[in-house]
Design a protein around this ligand. Structure first.
Ligand code: HEM
Length: 433
């Protein structure tokens, strides 16, 4: 059956795992129904917004399209919002306020702005420039280990997973350094953040424990870990001066943050940059291997690296969508939206909008300008853009001299998610000869 507005599907996690990004469905929507009332049996209806200019309009009106409504991420009927899931039990045991938003993504102005300012100083371009050399050294170490492992694997005729073996490492180490988490803890944090995505380290799941239950347990363990760090910082006072100390001891609008708010904040900072940056890197490596002429060009002209990073960000678009709640009637591209409606903005679709990008399905590391919306836009514009760019530049620079020796050893696996999209596993091997 051909694709039609009645049958296209952009909301099933299993479809994303089986077929990847629903490009054909988004193309059809952009062409025929750019503001489309999406009604299907197993999801509450929402307006799907797929053109670049319309995504910008929504993002530019944070008073009309708010984050603080009931829905923020695509979820099937009956499925809880992932960031709220598990909070109830953990919070109830501690007397937490059930009405407090899990983190600042769920907030609107003026509170959102105040909360965001508390961390944004640590993620500026200047702060990242100071870290760049250190990221580079970490990336070189991780790459050396991965290449050695690949070589040993090749001797046994085996492959290795690029995602867990390399792509996952720098994002976690980098945020760990910025927050001041002890390096000895990074591995534990990696196990938890993988478990949040439904990927469990061998032996992590208890006998008879369902995947869902193990996921909630990992969130509990991770929050418990953050709680201990927060309490330690409270006890030590502000004098130590690390990031967590700053968060714990700086008043916002006259009051210090509660444990509940602090744990939510730290949870967000660790979780938001891991799978996203990891997916951009592994998707970028896949794209360079699929386009050997682009890889050869980049190897010949490493000065193109910043442009290549931008094109990889556009091409891989790891965040699929965000939802917003409409606060008053609003006409978007000729369609009247009503108060309390839900709107979904689809960033990867905006990044393939032929009205903005010439030949959008061409991977071109020299593309300029490249005004992609991979990090969103407006009030909630990604807080970690400078960090993500610095990490991608460092990881690519480290792998670039070896990249032509790698080849894919299979199709890999994609995440069964509608929010963060990309590979969960991407097997690689060394080329013969
Ligand atoms: C390639 C990697 C990344 C991608 C694709 C990405 C994408 C996004 C997107 C689309 C948003 C929502 C923007 C909007 O609503 O307009 C966002 C928000 C956010 N991102 Fe990222 N992100 C990445 C890396 C990171 C990193 C490394 C961090 C680490 C701190 C981070 C922290 C955040 C935070 C805290 C927010 C919420 C901002 C707010 O609500 O004000 N992200 N990100």
């Amino acid at each position: 059956m051909g694709l039609s507005l009645d049958t296209l599907d952009i909301h099933h996690p299993d479809d994303y795992a089986a077929h990847g990004f629903p490009w054909a469905a988004w193309d059809l929507l952009r062409r025929e129904a750019p503001v489309f009332y999406y009604e299907r049996d197993d999801i509450e209806p929402f307006w799907a917004v797929t053109r670049y200019d319309d995504v910008m309009t929504v993002s530019n009106h944070p008073d009309v399209f708010i984050n603080g409504g009931p829905r923020l991420r695509l979820a099937l009927k009956g499925q809880p919002e992932i960031a709220r899931a598990g909070l109830d039990r953990f919070g109830a045991a501690r007397g937490w306020d059930p009405d407090e938003p899990p983190d600042l993504v769920f907030m609107d102005n003026p509170r959102h702005r105040r909360m965001r300012r508390l961390a944004s100083w640590a993620f500026t371009q200047g702060a990242m420039r100071r870290m760049q050399q250190h990221f580079q050294a970490l990336a070189e170490d991780f790459t050396r280990d991965f290449m050695a492992d690949l070589k040993a694997a090749a001797a046994r005729g085996e492959s290795r997973d690029l995602v867990q073996g390399l792509a996952a490492k720098l994002p976690l180490a980098a945020i760990g350094e910025i927050l001041g988490l002890p390096p000895g803890d990074w591995q534990r944090v990696l196990v938890w953040s993988n478990a949040l995505l439904g990927e469990f380290a061998p032996g992590y799941r208890h006998p008879g424990e369902s995947r869902g239950a193990a996921g909630y347990r990992s969130m509990d363990e991770f929050r418990g870990y953050l709680e201990a760090l927060v309490q330690e910082s409270r006890a030590a006072g502000a004098a130590r001066g690390g990031f967590i100390d700053h968060l714990v001891h700086t008043p916002v609008h006259g009051a210090l943050l509660s444990d509940q708010q602090l744990i939510g904040y730290l949870f967000l900072l660790v979780a938001a940059g891991n799978d996203t940056t990891r997916n951009a890197f592994s998707g970028g490596v896949a794209a360079l291997l699929e386009h050997p002429e682009q890889l050869a060009r980049l190897q010949a002209e490493p000065a193109l690296l910043p442009d290549a990073v931008e094109e990889i960000l556009r091409w891989t678009s790891p965040v699929g969508s965000f939802l917003r709640t409409v606060t008053r009637d609003f006409v978007l591209n000729g369609v009247t939206l009503r108060e309390a409606d839900t709107v979904g903005v689809f960033y990867p679709s905006a990044n393939r909008d032929e009205r903005v990008f010439a030949n959008p399905y061409r991977f071109d590391i020299t593309r300029r300008p490249n005004p992609h919306l991979t990090f969103g836009f407006g009030a909630h514009f990604c807080l970690g853009t400078n960090l993500a760019r610095a990490e991608l530049a460092a990881s690519l620079a480290a792998l670039l001299p070896h990249l032509h020796r790698l080849e894919r050893a299979g199709p890999g696996e994609r995440m069964a998610q509608t929010h963060v999209l990309g590979y969960s596993h991407l097997p690689m091997r060394l080329r013969a000869g």
